[in-house]
Design a protein around this ligand. Structure first.
Ligand SMILES: Cc1cc2nc3c(=O)[nH]c(=O)nc-3n(C[C@H](O)[C@H](O)[C@H](O)COP(=O)(O)O)c2cc1C
Length: 368
């Protein structure tokens, strides 16, 4: 058993009682503890896991060893590819990174607030996209020795909505084009940053304008096969899914990911285990933030099902793929999604829930 496998196991009972009984202390401990844990985790070198060949996929001419890999935010500074490759991940997604470094949020003496709700297989975070900036992350990624079937993705977000930041963002996309990155995910849905007036639940004018600007100034000029996926919120209103797909197809985007964390606190509250309600309310009233995990399962399923169904009615010029993120914890669940047209899957909360049970064999166990 490795250090992180051991730590994850012994922490479970502690976490359960700390979160239920002392939310502020738990928030302080796990906001710091998760960084320590991740730092140790990416240094571990478990035995190589082999997955059944029938799990392999090819989308946009890129080979994925399986359809499941980490969601953005786990490997923010780009370190961890080797670990993901050994564990059996279908790809490696670095970031979210912004063109310039970001310190992220701090409040009430807690830096990058995060609180797990283990009984609910959920968590809240209000980290605010801390990252060392694109230049530093590209420097890490360029040293990676890529493995066949484990493509390298990068999640990117703009620093703000201003035109000058949008120009900087497009320049960042060109820097990514010149790198070893295989696909880009544009994070259009972080609820924890101050983006004036963004509405994550509909096709607001500002979003459409940003998508058009990026399409005109990057997608149509790009010189190599570099699929660009847009990640939206799991709070996105389902009735706008067809309009969203029409927009992204018309502009030449390559895929859509539903999605990011939720701020539908009331709706989610009923899905939180009663023993963790106090902790949940503590986090929401002090930080707000975005909720992850099982409470998003039905939303991410319904949104991607609607997207998959609508996509089937369209005649496509190239490939466009739907990616599902939010409450992924079972193979059966993703098989059901695949049958309605979902191509790829990302997990964050489920990854740690599986790690706690199965350690580094988590991907193998997931697909059994
Ligand atoms: C601590 C934490 C940090 C996150 N950071 C990011 C991020 O940097 N970029 C992003 O697009 N999503 C981020 N997310 C959202 C996840 O990528 C994912 O969309 C969300 O957690 C739902 O998936 P899950 O239910 O499997 O956790 C973060 C989530 C958590 C819990």
């Amino acid at each position: 058993m490795t250090f992180c496998e051991f730590l994850s196991k012994i922490d479970r009972p502690i976490r359960k009682s700390l979160v239920s009984s002392f939310p502020f202390l738990a928030c302080f401990v796990y906001s710091n503890g998760r960084k320590f844990f991740l730092k140790k985790l990416i240094e571990e070198r478990p035995e190589q896991v082999e997955l059944p060949a029938e799990l392999a996929r090819e989308f946009w001419g890129i080979k994925f060893r399986s359809p499941l890999f980490n969601a953005a935010g786990m490997f923010k500074d780009g370190k961890g590819y080797e670990l993901a490759g050994l564990q059996g991940a279908g790809a490696f997604l670095a970031g979210t990174v912004t063109p310039e470094p970001r310190k992220g949020n701090a409040c009430k003496g807690v830096r990058h607030p995060f609180l797990p709700f283990p009984l609910s297989v959920s968590s809240s975070n209000w980290m605010g996209l801390p990252n060392p900036g694109l230049k530093a992350v590209l420097n890490v990624l360029k040293t990676i020795e890529k493995k066949p079937g484990v493509p390298l993705g990068l999640s990117l977000a703009s620093d703000s909505d201003s035109l000058s930041d949008l120009e900087t963002f497009v320049r960042a996309l060109y820097r990514v084009e010149d790198s070893n990155i295989d696909f880009i995910e544009i994070n259009e849905s972080c609820p924890n940053v101050q983006h004036s007036g963004r509405d994550y639940s509909s096709l607001d004018e500002k979003f459409v304008a940003r998508m058009e600007y990026i399409a005109k100034n990057f997608l149509r000029q790009s010189k190599r096969n570099l699929p660009v996926i847009v990640k939206l919120s799991n709070d996105f209103a389902i009735e706008f899914v067809p309009n969203l797909i029409d927009l992204l197809l018309e502009l030449g985007y390559d895929g859509l990911n539903f999605g990011n964390t939720s701020t539908n606190y009331k709706e989610i509250s009923v899905l939180i285990n009663p023993a963790e309600k106090n902790a949940y309310d503590f986090f929401v009233s002090n930080f707000g933030g975005g909720v992850s995990g099982i409470p998003l399962k039905n939303r991410s399923y319904a949104l991607t099902e609607a997207a998959g169904k609508y996509l089937r009615t369209k005649s496509l010029r190239g490939e466009f793929h739907i990616i599902r993120t939010g409450g992924i914890t079972s193979y059966k669940d993703i098989q059901q999604s695949q049958s309605v047209g979902v191509s790829l899957f990302q997990w964050f909360t489920g990854y740690f829930a599986y790690f706690e049970k199965f350690g580094h064999r988590l991907y193998k166990e997931f697909f059994i």
